[in-house]
Write a protein that binds this ligand. Sequence first.
Ligand code: HEM
Ligand SMILES: CC(C)=CCC/C(C)=C/CC/C(C)=C/COP(=O)(O)OP(=O)(O)O
Length: 298
Amino acid sequence: MQSIWVTQLTLAKMSLRNFYALCKPRVTSLIVFTAIIGMFMATPGMVSLQILLAATVGIAFASGAAAAFNCLIENKIDAMMARTRARPIPTGQLSQMETLLFASVLGGLGLSILYYWVNPLTMWLTLGTFVGYAVIYTVFLKPATPMNIVIGGASGAMPPILGWAAVNNTVSPEALVMFLIIFAWTPPHFWALALYRREEYAKVGMPMLPVTHGEQFTLLHILLYTVILIVVSLMPYGLGMSGWLYLASSVVLNAVFLYYVVSLYRRYSDELAKTTFKYSILYLSLIFAALLLDHYLI
Ligand code: HEM
Ligand SMILES: CC(C)=CCC/C(C)=C/CC/C(C)=C/COP(=O)(O)OP(=O)(O)O
């Protein structure tokens, strides 16, 4: 009898872990983090606990559901790439129907929470973001054009706007500035990875920039978007949204990013591309943390 319970519990834990993995938890965590910063930036005071909790949970559920839909739609491609073949559908740990049900329930819950406990504007913007990633990017853009992530990146850049709308029920220029930071950051973030994973993308027929236009062209574009990112990331200071603490942090973070990107441009290696990709994640986390610290301390 006891062993039946132990088996049941182990199975439940395993499926929970699989459902969790469908949500791409690390990407979703950073997405939610930028949304939370958007909430705090929206007010000089404190965000109400109800809005903070409801918007965080709602956006996290919607983002996790969008990621799960992406796993469902791309399960055949995921099965062919080393990086993604251990995901729950390719390994047979979850069926397509289970994934569809999970993503629909999670997404529905997230959007309902936003509608009833936050505000309808945030719900509609989140729904647009969801469709932008799960449908426009995943179904149409990704298999069709090497500019897929530039246009599709708009979805990933939306969370600070969602956070801002949750608190103020509006979309303001300050929220657009935070959007632009993530929007300009996405191409260097993704193309650094796509460079050292280019064989895999070529194998599954995904027209990523390094596959369609080669190494040098991609490196030049990484460099160009990094320059745009540097300009855009100085805007919070330029527009009086943030003070010297943000300025100092962004100058340091940008200098390191530019150093990696220029080094990569001059002398490409997979190793350096990996380091640049990893640094891109640290960069975005820290630049948003700097916005928050500056907002309350300076
Ligand atoms: C169209 C936009 C984007 C594309 C195509 C993209 C692509 C990717 C890919 C392919 C990976 C997987 C790396 C691996 O498995 O080794 C990854 C990792 C990651 N991405 Fe992005 N990304 C995008 C936008 C974003 C955004 C908006 C965020 C957060 C705000 C983000 C945060 C992360 C994080 C935290 C990781 C590391 C995940 C891990 O360590 O498991 N990405 N990205
Ligand atoms: C509703 C809401 C807030 C949605 C947020 C949208 C979202 C989840 C954006 C993240 C972008 C992302 C995970 C890209 C991964 O690229 P990929 O899917 O091409 O990577 P893969 O090859 O690892 O599947």
